[in-house]
Each structure stands twice: as C-alpha cells, then as structure tokens.
Design a protein around this ligand. Structure first.
Ligand SMILES: C[S@@+](CC[C@H](N)C(=O)[O-])C[C@H]1O[C@@H](n2cnc3c(N)ncnc32)[C@H](O)[C@@H]1O
Length: 265
C-alpha cells in the first residue's frame, strides 16, 4: 500500500517499526506491564485457542502466544509492523480496525475464532469503534472473550513524572475529551482516551463488559523511562503492588485491560 493511502497513525507506526523493539519493547516498565497482560491472556485463552490480534505491532505477543500453543492471526494497520511480525514467523495481515469488514468477508469460510485481543492501546488510535465491534463480532463465536488493553484516563504515575519533568501540558492530557494530537516518528496523528462507558456503548450489543483490571498502577508509564529501567529492584516491588491493586484500583492504571464477552446478538 502506498504510504500516502495510509491513515496518519499507520504512517507514524510505519516510520518507527524498524526501531520499535529496541526502543519500546526492551524497556523494563513495558516488560513488567506486558507480563501482567500475558498472564491474563494465558488464563483467558486455553491451549489450542484460535485467536485474532488487533494492532499487534511487531508480533511480540503473537509469537509468544504461538509458543504457548495458541493459534494467532495478527493484524495491524501498519504494513511495516506487519512485515516485522512476519519476519518473526507470525501469521500477520495488514488490516485497520476500521476496515475489519473486508477481513470478516475474507475469513468467512474459516472456523470462528475463540477470542480476540489488542495490547497497548492500538485501538486508542481509533475514534469510533462502532463498526469495528460489529465486524470483529462476526469473526468470533458466542461467548468468546475480547480483551482490550487501552490507555487509562487517570494515570497518577504519568501526572507525577510529567509534572516533575516540567511538562504540565502532558500531565493531564488523558483527561481531555475528543481527539488528542500525538506525535511519533515525526508524524502527527490523534489518540482518543476512551472512557469505560463510551467503550461499553460503542461495543454494544455485540459485546458485554465482564471485568477490568489496571495495568501499570504502581509500575510507571513509559514517561518514566529510561530512569526506571535502571532501578530493577524498585520496579520489582512496584510490580508486586500492581498485582494486589489490579482490580480495586483498576481505574488508575497506565493501561486498563477490559474483558468483554461476545453476546448472542
Ligand atoms: C503502541 S503499538 C502496540 C503494538 C503491540 N500491540 C505491542 O504491544 O507491542 C500500537 C499498534 O497499533 C497499531 N494501530 C494503530 N492504529 C490502528 C488501527 N486503526 N487499526 C489497527 N492497528 C492500529 C499500530 O500500527 C501499532 O502497531
């Protein structure tokens, strides 16, 4: 696909795909948050599950889940991300969440999937998830879990770090409604900090919210990097606190893992 035909977020992630793993995946705060998410994915999807991933990036989770005996089809709107995932042996397709109708048609002959997931806020790049909900629902069997890891909207760790760094404009950006400008790889795009109620409304009637847990409540957000990666013992202690706080303090996570379930609609 010609770069100019891509949505702004896909262009931004295309621009950083080659450096993505060394720049973000290696950070210890990201590793700690990913560990919590993976534990949840493993618990939710038993071995042999057929899964579809949305916004899978360089395929880190898809290849890890495949090694744990899950069968994953990864999707992403950035062709360069999909190329990086394919190079790791992941079955991956270029598909923007807003254009899942075409994918649903393409896969209509296949067995329905046992679940779907999206890790680290790819769906925060989508303003309106209504059509995505209907399209992904067609690919999932009734009762299938849909696990979405989205940005939290009140992250005390980020407020603290950004205030200490003298960047007050970033400290409260998540409380803004509407599309919020973002910059990555020198490209501008927008991010939407979806509220829980808005997610429930956009995903109904295809999905029902069953639970949510905070990820990165005490473990700080990436704004604390690279500092926090140099303090692994502190990070280990914060990770233990996160496990205790995941349910009661879910709303304060850097990310929130929402567990929806496919309804009979
Ligand atoms: C922060 S990265 C996370 C990547 C991966 N899930 C991970 O945990 O490393 C967000 C991903 O969402 C993808 N993305 C952005 N907008 C998207 C859209 N509309 N549809 C599908 N994927 C999208 C980006 O290309 C990027 O790979």
């Amino acid at each position: 696909m010609a770069p100019s035909c891509l949505a702004p977020a896909a262009q931004a992630f295309d621009a950083i795909a080659a450096d993505f793993d060394s720049r973000f995946t290696a950070w210890r705060s990201v590793e700690a948050q990913r560990r919590a998410i993976r534990a949840d994915l493993l618990e939710t999807y038993p071995p042999g599950s057929r899964l579809i991933e949305i916004g899978g990036g360089t395929g880190e989770d898809a290849s890890w889940l495949a090694r744990q005996g899950r069968d994953v089809l990864m999707t992403d709107s950035s062709p360069a991300m999909v190329a990086a995932a394919s190079a790791k042996g992941v079955r991956a397709k270029v598909a923007a969440a807003e254009q899942f109708r075409e994918l649903a048609k393409e896969l209509s002959e296949e067995l329905k999937f046992d679940g779907a997931y999206s890790v680290f806020a790819g769906l925060n790049c989508v303003t309106d998830l209504t059509s995505f909900a209907e399209d992904i629902a067609r690919l999932l069997r009734c009762g299938a879990p849909l696990q979405l890891v989205m940005f939290g909207i009140c992250c005390p760790g980020e407020i603290l770090v950004e205030t200490l760094r003298g960047r007050p404009q970033n400290a409260f950006r998540r409380s803004r409604r509407g599309d919020v400008p973002a910059l990555l790889g020198g490209r501008e795009f927008t991010v939407r900090y979806h509220r829980r109620r808005d997610l429930e409304r956009m995903l109904a009637p295809w999905f029902e919210l069953k639970s949510r847990r905070g990820v990165g409540i005490f473990v700080p957000p990436s704004a604390a990097e690279p500092w926090i990666s140099r303090h692994p013992r502190l990070l280990g202690a914060l990770e233990s606190l996160d496990r205790l706080a995941a349910r009661p303090l879910a709303a304060l996570g850097d990310h929130i893992l929402y567990r929806f379930e496919r309804t009979r609609s």
